[in-house]
Design a protein around this ligand. Structure first.
Ligand SMILES: C[S@@+](CC[C@H](N)C(=O)[O-])C[C@H]1O[C@@H](n2cnc3c(N)ncnc32)[C@H](O)[C@@H]1O
Length: 451
């Protein structure tokens, strides 16, 4: 690419990254949503530019705990003052942050724009080196050193990559080894599909012909890990026909733990756009029914579309208006409450949320989760199964909540299960961690209503 073109491309892309960063970190707007808006407003962008912008943005957010110290002073001040915006028309220099992110990510092939961003750093020239893919934490932090002025080089500690309250909210056993968690949070997450057809080899072959290489999970054969994709998945014929859905492995584990049987009646009480509803319906082979309900109608509309795409006849949607969930009495064989939560288990896929979530929110989520679980419980027939799930890694939303539910509801008991993801048996509650399956962190509890 000619040098002048490279410089203008690097500058334009940097500006879009910076815009999304400001929106995410100062205004709390989800980064993926801002990115979609930026792409929509700049439809002239080619796929290379889009990839550069999104990869740089997510790399910065992944390493923000360290990179924040290289951010422009005005921005740091605005963050500290909790301002929701920046003064207009101030030119900020983000080049150190953008360069730092790529040094830490150590890509096999760095983007061309990196050189242009390095040239922005004053005073130049500056000697930089990539951290190395499998380097230890200390080595990684050292690669940022040349980006700081000698008198202002901070100590970059491993725990600085997490908000300071996070470990105290986790199970003590997991909190004792933050490196395990950070080894996962600092890497790009894999993409998982869930096959919705019986002919798996046929689907894999068809995907490969279209440039999408997948490999089946060793213990969950319908879970396909996407190794490489050069195409927009939504345009594939197999996607349009509902032959597969994009769904994280930990989420796929939930419906398998529910283990619905053909002919049963299930209720997915917090169905959203129906990732787990579709999986339940698939496992029931079109026999029996799944009632999907949610407070957000537009999400249920999305679910209806997905169900039609996959030709599932056994899904019924029920929108609940206001805060009160429908009350049903002893009607279902199984109820899934996939509750709204802090979503801390998805921080690998949404690295901005790691920095915009607050500890105070947890208590509000717990209050809502308790109410939802309590309201859903009467809908079970005697002997029925109640599954509670969150994509949270915090104890209060998970084990704490279930212990309290069991204390208040002696007609329920824990129901032991084996997690399909790794075949590990549990007494009725399981916190799945990223490192146990290269997936989101997810909590699942399985309860049984006594006869
Ligand atoms: C974790 S999400 C569900 C994800 C979905 N089960 C899936 O697999 O795609 C939680 C859902 O609970 C719904 N919800 C139900 N009651 C709610 C309430 N009172 N406040 C907020 N969200 C609520 C949200 O609309 C949201 O779709």
């Amino acid at each position: 690419m000619p040098l002048s073109r490279l410089h203008s491309q690097a500058k334009a892309c940097a500006e879009m990254v910076e815009l999304c960063l400001c929106r995410a970190l100062l205004e709390g707007a989800p980064a993926d949503r801002s990115l979609r808006q930026v792409f929509y407003a700049n439809r002239q962008l080619g796929s290379r530019d889009r990839r550069l912008i999104s990869e740089t943005l997510f790399a910065v957010l992944r390493w923000w705990g360290w990179l924040r110290q290289l951010a422009p002073k005005d921005f740091q001040q605005a963050l500290e003052d909790k301002k929701s915006g920046l003064p207009e028309n101030i030119a900020l220099d983000w080049s150190r942050v953008l360069v730092g992110a790529w040094l830490l990510e150590s890509p096999k092939q760095p983007p061309e724009a990196l050189q242009a961003w390095i040239e922005q750093i004053k005073p130049s020239p500056i000697r930089l080196a990539f951290a190395g893919q499998d380097e230890g934490w200390q080595q990684k932090s050292l690669c940022l050193k040349p980006l700081f002025t000698p008198e202002k080089t901070p100590e970059l500690e491993l725990n600085g990559l997490l908000p300071d309250w996070v470990l105290a909210e986790m199970e003590p056993a997991a909190a004792a080894d933050p490196e395990l968690l950070l080894n996962c949070l600092q890497k790009r997450p894999p993409l998982w599909f869930r096959a919705q057809v019986k002919d798996l080899p046929g689907l894999c072959r068809q995907l490969a012909e279209q440039g999408v290489n997948v490999t089946a999970h060793a213990k969950m054969p319908e879970a396909l890990r996407c190794l490489e994709s050069s195409v927009n998945l939504h345009t594939l014929e197999s996607f349009k026909r509902g032959h597969f859905e994009i769904q994280d492995l930990a989420s796929q584990n939930v419906a398998l733990i529910c283990d619905p049987k053909p002919g049963q009646q299930w209720w997915d009480a917090c169905a959203g756009a129906g990732g787990k509803t579709l999986h339940l319906a698939f496992l029931m082979q079109g026999k029996g029914s799944v009632t999907a309900s949610d407070i957000r109608k537009y999400k249920l509309d999305e679910l209806k579309l997905r169900a039609r795409r996959a030709s599932f006849p056994n899904i019924r949607c029920k929108h609940w208006k206001g805060k009160q969930m429908p009350v049903w009495n002893a009607r279902f064989d199984g109820v899934l409450v996939d509750a709204p939560c802090s979503c801390s288990g998805t921080w690998r896929r949404n690295p901005d949320a790691r920095w915009t979530s607050s500890r105070d929110e947890i208590a509000d989520f717990v209050a809502l989760q308790k109410q939802l679980l309590q309201n859903a419980a009467p809908a079970l027939k005697p002997g029925g199964v109640l599954v509670y799930a969150t994509c949270s890694m915090f104890q209060a939303e998970n084990q704490g909540l279930i212990h309290e539910f069991l204390r208040c509801n002696p007609d329920f008991e824990l129901s032991p299960f084996v997690s399909p993801l790794d075949q590990v048996a549990s007494e009725g509650m399981r916190q799945i961690w990223h490192w146990q399956g290269d997936c989101d962190a997810m909590f699942v509890a399985k309860l049984k209503k006594r006869r």
